[in-house]
Structure formats: structure tokens, C-alpha cells
Design a protein around this ligand. Sequence first.
Ligand code: GLN
Length: 185
Amino acid sequence: MALQGAFREHQIMLAGLGVSSAQVRKPADLHNIDALIIPGGESTTISILLADYELFDRIGLLVEKGLPVLGTCAGTILLAKEIEDSTLPSLGLMDLKVRRNAFGRQVDSFEEDLPIPVLGEEPFRAVFIRAPQITGAGQDVEVLARYNSKIVMVRQNKMLAATFHPELTADQRLHKYFLELLKAS
Ligand code: GLN
């Protein structure tokens, strides 16, 4: 999804894994994709553009048919069913409640070596930039990582969401894990 935010970094990561990618901005761009990444950026802006380009319903239909989706940071906000204290329209595809900018101003950006068991033993360097917190997750949601007991990475069927930016490090494991979900589908 190339409406706004860190989509190029995801494309570079995918290219490093030998996977070609296309930029999605309008409904026709959705025709030939096998999976969708919704990047970090500014969820307000992305939400407005999703509405302008009439992408909300179309993406929802594709996900219902099994399109794998990865959301990072703002992308996680847009995937969530509920955004706390907000009327921002979201895709509402994951059974999550999120709180925007939840780590507070003074520490609004930080990095942390996170244990993420599904990615292997080595901790994953997670870059949090004005990150949201996942404050609620439904029964079908598998919690994959926490930071200070807060949920920061989840999976629901073929949808994966992280509140940090895996595309900003050289570590390919999270993208590889997403590609595994894709291959399994
Ligand atoms: N704070 C942003 C928002 O609420 C998310 C930040 C990010 O994606 N790095 O949309």
C-alpha cells in the first residue's frame, strides 16, 4: 500500500528476499497481488486516502477471500476493529483494539531487542516510532510478542500486525515469516 508512509522500505526488504512488489494506490492496483503490506506512516492520512480512492471495501473483500496482509505501526491501527478514543475509519479486519501514540511523547521513538519466539531464538531489533499499543485482542488473535507486557505483534489467520517497523532494520525474519503465511495459503 503506497498511499503514504514507509512503503519503499518494505519494497527494498522484499527485493532482498527475491520477491517482487507493486505499489498499490488505486483499486486497479489490487488485481494482481498475492499479499498486501500496509506500512507505517500516519494512520489519519492513510485512512483519508483509503476513503478517497475507494479502497476500504475492496481490500475488505480481498481479505475475506484470503488475501494475506501485514500491517506495521500505522498499518496495525488501520487493520484494527477498534481505535480507542477515535472516530478514524479503519479497515476493521483484525479483532484488535489499539491506542494510538500510546508510548508517550518523551519516549515516542525507541528501539528494543524483543524476544519473538516464532522468529527464532535471536531477539528481533524492534524500532518503535510513535507506536500504538494493542490494548485488546480477540479469541482468534495469537499474541506473538510483547514489550513491557504490552502486546506488540499478533497474528489472526493470515493477517500479521506489528506495532514496530521491521522494514527499518536489516533483519529479514519478520518478512520471511509473512511470506511463509502466504506460501501456506
Ligand atoms: N503515530 C502514527 C499514527 O497514529 C503511527 C506512527 C507510525 O506508523 N510509525 O498513525
